[in-house]
Design a protein around this ligand. Structure first.
Ligand code: MN
Length: 258
């Protein structure tokens, strides 16, 4: 199995390399990621200027690595269509430093990168941890490896397109894992206005996660300290869900704790 690992936080982000290192235990890994942070760039692709890619020294030994002067989606397109000679079996995007929940998946570069994998007919996973001090990236990396193994073993559908979020908690404090749908709300909902002495300016502020009372949504699951797994082909693209094993969540949690 060969896994393409990418992100939107840029080639030097810690989450990318924690993920690559863990996935390398279960598969061959190639990293192709933007050369700088591109959070909230969504599904954007670069059409009006040339794209450059540079082979790089990996931060995890033995991982073929390229940085791309472009968006997360550009990185996946270049990787799949040009840079990587071998067949890719799975695209994993993350680990994003910060949650990607609800309507915000539409502006998420993490999800935008995974989407390109899905559109190329590959299983794809976007994975994020709620932002905070001392990010628990290790739980997310191990969960991604478990999901990759299940995809490799055909116990998940081949057209899997998942958005996975983890609360920023030690493993023992994670309450459970839920298959969720996207909440209908965004937390980029505030415009702050100020003045620098010459001109007015604005900041779009991310307010953090809103309260959600609907027990089926990703935001609710995260608020309650659960891992949230959203089937994006259903929740985002309105396509019927392929069968997901009933025991996926209990199995993942048990295996994560093993
Ligand atoms: Mn990001």
């Amino acid at each position: 199995m060969k896994i393409l690992v990418t992100n939107d936080d840029g080639i030097f982000a810690q989450g990318l390399w924690v993920l690559a290192k863990e996935l390398k235990r279960v598969a061959q890994v190639v990293v192709v990621a933007p050369d700088r942070e591109q959070s909230a760039i969504g599904t954007a692709v670069t059409l009006r200027q040339p794209l450059r890619a540079q082979k790089m020294r990996p931060m995890v030994a033995g991982v073929e690595t390229y940085s791309v002067e472009g968006t997360p989606a550009d990185s996946v397109i270049l990787a799949l269509d040009k840079l990587v000679k071998d067949k890719i079996d799975l695209v994993v995007s993350g680990i994003n430093h910060g949650a990607n929940l609800g309507d915000d998946v539409l502006i998420s570069g993490t999800v935008g990168a995974a989407l390109q994998g899905y559109l190329h007919g590959l299983p794809a996973i976007a994975i994020s941890v709620v932002f905070g001090d001392n990010l628990h990236l290790d739980n997310a990396a191990r969960l991604a490896a478990l999901l990759a193994k299940k995809i490799g073993a055909n116990t998940l559908p081949t057209n899997t397109f998942l958005n996975v979020n983890l609360p920023n908690l030690p493993l023992a404090e994670i309450r459970g894992a839920k298959v969720t749908r996207l909440a209908s709300e965004s937390h980029t909902d505030t415009v702050e206005e100020s003045h620098d002495g010459r001109r007015r300016y604005y900041w779009l502020i991310r307010q953090g996660i809103n309260k959600d009372t609907d027990k089926k949504t990703d935001i609710w699951a995260i608020e309650q300290g659960n891992i949230s797994i959203t089937l994006l082909y259903t929740s985002l693209l309105n396509k019927p869900s392929p069968p997901i094993p009933n025991n996926l969540c209990p199995d993942l949690l048990r295996e994560l704790r093993e």
